[in-house]
Design a protein around this ligand. Sequence first.
Ligand SMILES: *[C@@H]1O[C@H](CO)[C@@H](O)[C@H](O)[C@H]1NC(C)=O
Ligand SMILES: *[C@@H]1O[C@H](CO)[C@@H](O)[C@H](O)[C@H]1NC(C)=O
Ligand SMILES: *[C@@H]1O[C@H](CO)[C@@H](O)[C@H](O)[C@H]1NC(C)=O
Ligand SMILES: *[C@@H]1O[C@H](CO)[C@@H](O)[C@H](O)[C@H]1NC(C)=O
Ligand SMILES: *[C@@H]1O[C@H](CO)[C@@H](O)[C@H](O)[C@H]1NC(C)=O
Ligand SMILES: *[C@@H]1O[C@H](CO)[C@@H](O)[C@H](O)[C@H]1NC(C)=O
Length: 473
Amino acid sequence: MAASRSWPIGALRGLSLSVKRPQRPARFWALCLGVLTSTLVIALLLMGSPHLPNLPSLSAPPTHAHRPDGPVVVDGMRVWEPPVMDPLVHGQRVSDAIKKKPTYPLLPFPPSPMANPPPDDRQRPWLGAVICSAWDVKRRMLIRYTWMKMFAGVPMDQRFVISNPGRAWTDVIRQENRTFGDMIVLDHLPEDDFTANTVKTIEFYRWLVEKSPRKYEFVSKMDTDLFVNARAMYDRQIAPRLARKFQADPARNASAAAVNETVHVPDYESRDAAALTATVNRTLIGQFYYDGYHNTSFPHGAIYTVTWDMVELLPRLQDEFHVIAGEDVTMAWLLMKGKQKVTMAILSESEKFEFDNRDRRPGDDSAWARNGTDTTSRSHALFGTDVLAVHQLKRDDDWLRVAECFDENGIKAMPPDPMNPLPENDDKPRYPRPFFTFIPDDFWEVDRDGAMLCNGVWKLEPGMGRDMKKTGD
Ligand SMILES: *[C@@H]1O[C@H](CO)[C@@H](O)[C@H](O)[C@H]1NC(C)=O
Ligand SMILES: *[C@@H]1O[C@H](CO)[C@@H](O)[C@H](O)[C@H]1NC(C)=O
Ligand SMILES: *[C@@H]1O[C@H](CO)[C@@H](O)[C@H](O)[C@H]1NC(C)=O
Ligand SMILES: *[C@@H]1O[C@H](CO)[C@@H](O)[C@H](O)[C@H]1NC(C)=O
Ligand SMILES: *[C@@H]1O[C@H](CO)[C@@H](O)[C@H](O)[C@H]1NC(C)=O
Ligand SMILES: *[C@@H]1O[C@H](CO)[C@@H](O)[C@H](O)[C@H]1NC(C)=O
């Protein structure tokens, strides 16, 4: 375990393993030259792009990510390996970025508990954690005073996860935690873009396993530009996967009826009631993404929710394989190297989507979608009652418009569309296709139990097709 603390060294070791291969034919080196050139070009392209690797058109031809000798098949199932390559993280090559030292000393963050914690003995089977830069105080306040406050009644612990804030910011952050009590500080990590986008989530999982005062059944990781309808997320995605774990107490016989109670688990269940326990393991609730540059499919990082056994598994795999890549690619590659499969419960595009300002109603200041919106697109405005998570709210005004459409019960009833005429210069929404539609055909296999398997790692729930619909629907 101690070795895991010095992750950059471990990672370098891991990298030298995967990048330097002995005795390659000349063809390989020619390929490498091509790769370096195309990597550079793509890196330059990415650096100029505000949407970093989100554009499928930019994530074009990773010939280097391909093993020339074709796939290895054992017992009818393909053996999946991460591509052999030097990954890019926000335009930086990992082999370069990893050499950089933190620019400030990583002093231990002094414990700074909340000054007047409110009495609360409710069970919290769910942790919602926003991965956040230490310095982003303003965004934290917006989040606290919108969804966190609205959904304070949901049995969820709400936290922000920051890295080491550095000496200058330490007093401010201490004060912030004394006031709100919602900060997790990973003081062994420097606060920088590269760390935030590579190891931070897994190091957060490690913190949970080793230091968290509570164990959770489900842990959601979220971005700061994501608004979550925590009420509906709990009711529709978490509660149906929870059951009470009864002790060997005849008064609380966990007969089959208990299974059905899970659908409406009361929120104010005190801690001495039978514990709410996940009915699934090795499960992730999220949405697919496909990154052509790294030729890998993984859950979109804006929000995903994992079971506690995944929280335990990923740092263990990291200690073994030392993968340093973009954080979501990292998860896929770790699971691939560890030969682990994970059930992926899918959020649809009407449940989780990118917010598209252009899809708002003309002449109306709300976040509601215009008539004729396409909620099968990955990108639209708010429509109907499905909405669980809205991403890409980088602008504060978009954030506040979206927040307006919710209250403590979840999404409000959608007001009728006034059907104002479209302005002449209307910038029409593009309704791009969902990310999963970009996953290459040969990523999909049928697993031995009949479930669809993507990239050797992600198993759909039984009966789900690769079009993310229940077969027969
Ligand atoms: C991506 O990976 C798949 C599976 O390993 C492989 O079949 C395919 O050729 C790769 N594509 C590219 C463009 O490298
Ligand atoms: C923040 O406050 C909470 C609640 O008192 C406490 O559990 C936690 O340890 C504090 N975090 C830090 C980094 O001191
Ligand atoms: C629970 O109740 C069922 C019938 O309701 C009974 O068959 C079972 O033995 C009981 N189990 C325990 C552990 O008491
Ligand atoms: C649980 O609910 C399902 C669906 O409503 C029903 O078919 C089943 O009989 C119920 N089981 C018990 C033990 O109540
Ligand atoms: C999940 O795994 C844990 C051990 O990691 C085990 O205690 C628990 O019973 C499992 N839950 C289910 C639903 O299989
Ligand atoms: C949207 O427009 C169509 C006709 O263009 C109309 O039939 C429908 O009722 C409108 N829907 C709403 C919600 O206003």
